[in-house]
Design a protein around this ligand. Structure first.
Ligand SMILES: O=C(O)c1ccccc1N[C@@H]1O[C@H](COP(=O)(O)O)[C@@H](O)[C@H]1O
Length: 214
């Protein structure tokens, strides 16, 4: 069985980055969403990256929620961002515009709901990938909540139809990832499940990768 791509999101200080840059993740995520608990500033991220050369081996993902092009440009002009993750209610037109104006790949988050697959079809030919997250009232993500994984196959098959990767997110952790692996997702995106008291934990990441990467 192919192991899924890993994205470790919500790196919010130098120590988090130090830990995740030594991990098996292909992607490291940073949250540029005003007011949320994992919000970071591009100038800080730039400094952390310069101190941890292992991070050069990772692809960097900048996460936004309904940000303007100017806000996105402000971040990507300072950092070597490989992927922009749109985690709000950005329309297909907005995603296409972000892609065209920045020249950076864009992943669209879909908050799981009954018509989730139909929602994905709206972005066909526009999004370069998807992150499927739990829908939690009043929050955009990073909630540690799972959704009903029986829906995962339909998201994966739509991703295959569009020929783009689908990352499964929302409450994935060491205790449940084996169940998720049975669906063979292209990628897994997690934040809360790697943390102890809100900080990324080397022990937890080692345990997690012991399950995923064996
Ligand atoms: O990580 C955050 O704090 C965050 C804030 C706002 C929007 C998205 C956020 N993170 C994304 O949420 C999911 C799942 O996270 P978790 O594992 O349940 O904590 C993931 O896609 C993160 O990229």
């Amino acid at each position: 069985m192919m192991r899924p791509l890993l994205k470790y999101c919500g790196n919010k200080n130098e120590e988090d980055l130090k830990i995740t840059s030594q991990s098996a993740a292909s992607y490291l995520g940073f949250v540029f969403v005003p007011g949320v608990k994992r919000e970071v500033r591009p100038s800080d991220v730039k400094q952390w990256l310069s101190k941890h050369p292992n991070s050069k081996n990772k692809k960097l993902v900048a996460l936004f929620v309904n940000a303007t092009i100017d806000e996105i440009q402000h971040v990507i002009s300072q950092l070597p961002i490989d992927v922009i993750q749109c985690h709000g209610t950005e329309s297909p037109e907005t995603v296409a515009n972000i892609r065209a104006k920045t020249g950076v790949r864009v992943w669209k988050a879909i908050h799981h709901q009954l018509n989730g697959r139909t929602e994905m079809t709206r972005y066909a030919g526009i999004a370069d990938g998807y992150v499927i997250d739990a829908k939690v009232s009043g929050q955009w993500g990073g909630t540690g909540q799972t959704f009903d994984w029986k829906a995962v196959p339909e998201y994966i098959s739509e991703g295959k139809r569009q020929r783009v990767p689908v990352f499964i997110a929302g409450g994935v952790d060491t205790s449940n990832v084996k169940q998720l692996l049975a669906y063979q997702p292209d990628g897994i995106d997690l934040s809360s499940g790697l943390e102890v008291n809100g900080e990324k934990s080397t022990e937890i990441i080692t345990q997690f990768e012991g399950v995923v990467c064996k």
